[in-house]
Design a protein around this ligand. Structure first.
Ligand SMILES: Cc1cc2nc3c(=O)[nH]c(=O)nc-3n(C[C@H](O)[C@H](O)[C@H](O)COP(=O)(O)OP(=O)(O)OC[C@H]3O[C@@H](n4cnc5c(N)ncnc54)[C@H](O)[C@@H]3O)c2cc1C
Ligand SMILES: *[C@@H]1O[C@H](CO)[C@@H](O)[C@H](O)[C@H]1NC(C)=O
Ligand SMILES: *[C@@H]1O[C@H](CO)[C@@H](O)[C@H](O)[C@H]1NC(C)=O
Ligand SMILES: *[C@@H]1O[C@H](CO)[C@@H](O)[C@H](O)[C@H]1NC(C)=O
Ligand SMILES: *[C@@H]1O[C@H](CO)[C@@H](O)[C@H](O)[C@H]1NC(C)=O
Length: 305
């Protein structure tokens, strides 16, 4: 199973190369072209085992595949230089952006090629997050939790969230971004106004609904196959001041396990009573700004009924 998926992953990556060159040439024996290490970005390319081992797997730990090297870009132009080099070389190699590595089937790996460690761009002096009245510009390497912290300082927040926030803007927008608010506003990818993308030919393109819209809609949900997202402009709204939840979820400082022991026993009981039934869990949260707790409690109780 894992092997089949791995092969399809390789085909996915091969097509990334094909899309831009129109032909696919084999990798040279024994690794990357040597003159790669003569480029201006050479000091940001690491080939030591520590670096390549870390970029060889992901959250799923199902697929393992080592890259030949890892690029630690300081700026988007470093990523552009790498891809331009690969594309102009007689033997283009796989290049894959790697955010927080929270995909589960090896999507961020680059077997025999170069993994771009996106988080390196966030280690500069200035945090790449700019908040405006209606939107935030965030680097593709930024974590959503940091985007939220920055916007909350202005009383603002993105419209849609994922349940889990320690993933990158680019990694998430390469999927979809499903969370509690998606039923109303759509997934996160439908709340993006503009992207900066380094394309498969190493061009840096700003795209949106109006400008280069084919690239814009391909990159959103594109699993890194159509380019590397280096900046996203994300729509904002006024952040609700408070939220009320029915606390059946256990909320410790580490918030694991997700369910309390009582809940788990209840779920086990239900599963035992009817082993073929599906159990649906409804998560509910109520936003409010200026009212008292007892009123909110009453209202929530009504909703939950
Ligand atoms: C514990 C956990 C909870 C999760 N919760 C949710 C949830 O509530 N809702 C939801 O929708 N999803 C959820 N996910 C799935 C998650 O959104 C995806 O796995 C997402 O891709 C993770 O982002 P990442 O930064 O780790 O990306 P990575 O795993 O590093 O990369 C994922 C894919 O995106 C590509 N990529 C990475 N960065 C970029 C970039 N800058 N530009 C272009 N492509 C890029 C990679 O090449 C790869 O194909 C969850 C995953 C985990 C492990
Ligand atoms: C690799 O990691 C080990 C253990 O963490 C460390 O001792 C070693 O110095 C690292 N090597 C390099 C080249 O970073
Ligand atoms: C934030 O604004 C600064 C100053 O205008 C700019 O140089 C930088 O590129 C912006 N960053 C992002 C991620 O938009
Ligand atoms: C949460 O909702 C359930 C179902 O309505 C109810 O039985 C439970 O008492 C509620 N818990 C709290 C803490 O409000
Ligand atoms: C709480 O708010 C509700 C609705 O705004 C109001 O009717 C009620 O009197 C308030 N109760 C208290 C104790 O302030």
């Amino acid at each position: 199973m894992a092997r089949t998926r791995f092969v399809s992953l390789l085909i996915g990556m091969a097509s990334f190369v094909c899309v831009v060159t129109g032909k696919l040439r084999p990798m040279p024996e024994g690794g990357l072209p040597r003159d790669l290490f003569g480029l201006g970005i050479a000091s940001k390319i690491r080939t030591d085992r520590n670096s390549t081992a870390r970029a060889s797997s992901d959250f799923g730990r199902i697929v393992k595949a080592a890259p030949e090297a890892v690029l630690h870009p300081a700026m988007p132009v470093d990523i552009a230089a790498l891809i331009q080099y690969s594309m102009s070389s007689p033997a283009p190699f796989p290049v894959s952006p790697h955010g927080q590595g929270h995909s589960v089937r090896g999507q961020s790996l680059a077997p025999g090629g170069v993994v771009v460690d996106m988080l390196a761009m966030g280690r500069g002096q200035h945090r790449r997050i700019n908040v405006s009245a209606d939107y935030v510009d965030a680097g593709g390497e930024q974590l959503w939790i940091d985007v939220l912290r920055a916007t909350l300082e202005h009383g603002l927040a993105p419209l849609v969230w994922t349940d889990y926030l320690r993933i990158t803007v680019g990694g998430m927008l390469s999927n979809a971004g499903i969370g509690g608010q998606a039923f109303r506003h759509g997934p996160q990818i439908t709340n993006v106004l503009e992207l900066d993308v380094v394309t498969g030919t190493g061009e840096m393109v700003t795209c949106s609904h109006e400008k280069s819209s084919d690239l814009f809609f391909a990159a959103l949900g594109g699993l890194g196959q159509f380019g590397v997202i280096t900046r996203a402009r994300i729509a904002l709204e006024k952040a609700p001041k408070r939220v009320q939840m029915n606390r059946t979820l256990m909320e410790g400082p580490k918030s694991t396990p997700f369910f309390s022991e009582d809940d788990i026993n209840r779920l086990a009981g239900l599963a035992f009573e009817s082993s073929s039934a599906a159990i649906y869990i409804i998560e509910a949260a109520m936003y409010y700004t200026d009212t008292n707790d007892s009123y909110v409690d009453q209202k929530l109780e009504k909703v939950l009924e």
